[in-house]
Design a protein around this ligand. Structure first.
Ligand SMILES: [Zn+2]
Length: 322
């Protein structure tokens, strides 16, 4: 992710980007027109989500840590089992050769996932920055298999209509996730899955990141009690995401015969202190507007249906003997 662009002004409108981006802009406007009320979501006591499964689907090592790690930590603490899927190979970020970047991002990703308490990690390794040129149907099919296999109830990912989104890995991933969520419920899609014992399964709850200025949101999640976990996740983003910036600054100052008291006396303390002080402004500043210490924002869609439809109820009540 280009983390700093969270703080940028909205990008140029769709017309300047051509047809595809323009259509995304139209879709974003439509989505913004009907997002419902903004609801502040607080911690829930106990483990109300026991037995439920969520999949966090991102493109790059540092997407989930910055956009949604507070929500992931909250859901896991409330009983969810979490899985994480990374779609790109992150080869362009890390400051080393392409092969070295792939390896260091992969290793950071495993450590980041462990810090948040994910049960398992899936890496798809599509070529970084070029995901708008991959086989889109291949990506969607892989997601459908995993959603069915894990019986995913809830996904956390990019807004598929991505207003202001400049990174193709983000919007390609978001669109494929959105489509896989409903297609996973259709028995005629990939019918061979059923032969393998994997049944159709709809994903009914969706949390889309607030990732760029202008993107819609209707859930403000209070992550104040999960902020240490969020920092745990971000400090593992060393290949990209500034997770080790604190220890790098500390070492640089030491070479100049200086120290910054904020950064403490060891690398781990320095990294955590740097993240807390400098890299959480977006979450801190928006939280303040809602009287929260820290907040993350999402466009939440709930497609759960009541066990009985109105038609079922009518038929049950009104059917008479022949
Ligand atoms: Zn990203």
């Amino acid at each position: 992710m280009d983390r700093h662009s969270i703080f940028k002004k909205p990008a140029l409108d769709g017309a300047a980007f051509g047809w595809a981006a323009g259509m995304r802009g139209v879709a974003a406007a439509a989505a913004q027109a009907d997002i419902g009320e903004v609801v502040v979501v607080k911690d829930q006591p106990g483990r109300p989500h026991r037995g439920k499964v969520f999949a966090a689907v991102h493109a790059h090592l540092d997407d989930i840590p910055y956009y949604a790690s507070g929500l992931c930590a909250k859901l896991i603490s409330e009983g969810y089992t979490g899985y994480i899927i990374r779609t790109s190979n992150d080869e362009k970020c890390g400051g080393h050769s392409t092969a070295e970047n792939i390896l260091s991002n992969e290793q950071d990703h495993f450590r980041m996932a462990a810090a948040l308490g994910f049960k398992d990690v899936f890496d798809f390794y599509y070529q970084n920055h070029d995901m708008d040129g991959i086989s889109y149907i291949d990506l969607r099919g892989r997601l459908i298999l995993i959603f069915r296999m894990l019986k995913v109830d809830t996904i956390i990912s990019f807004n598929p209509w991505g207003h202001g989104e400049e990174n193709p890995d983000h919007w390609v991933t978001g669109r494929a996730v959105e489509e896989a969520c409903w297609m996973a419920s259709m028995p005629n899609d990939f019918h061979e899955h059923m032969e393998a014992g994997i049944q159709p399964h709809a994903v009914n709850e969706r949390y889309y990141f607030y990732a760029r200025p202008g993107q819609p949101f209707n859930r403000v999640v209070d992550i104040s009690s999960h902020i240490e976990k969020k920092i745990d996740a971000i400090v593992e983003c060393k290949s990209q995401g500034d997770g080790n910036r604190g220890s790098l600054v500390r070492a640089q100052l030491a070479r100049q015969g200086k120290r910054l008291p904020l950064l403490g006396n060891d690398d781990r303390t320095a990294d955590r202190a740097y993240v807390r002080q400098f890299l959480l402004d977006d979450h801190r500043e928006y939280g303040k507007q809602r009287n929260l210490e820290f907040a993350e924002r999402f466009y939440y869609i709930d497609q759960r249906r009541p066990a009985k439809s109105k038609a079922d109820e009518y038929i049950e009540k009104n059917a008479v003997r022949l």
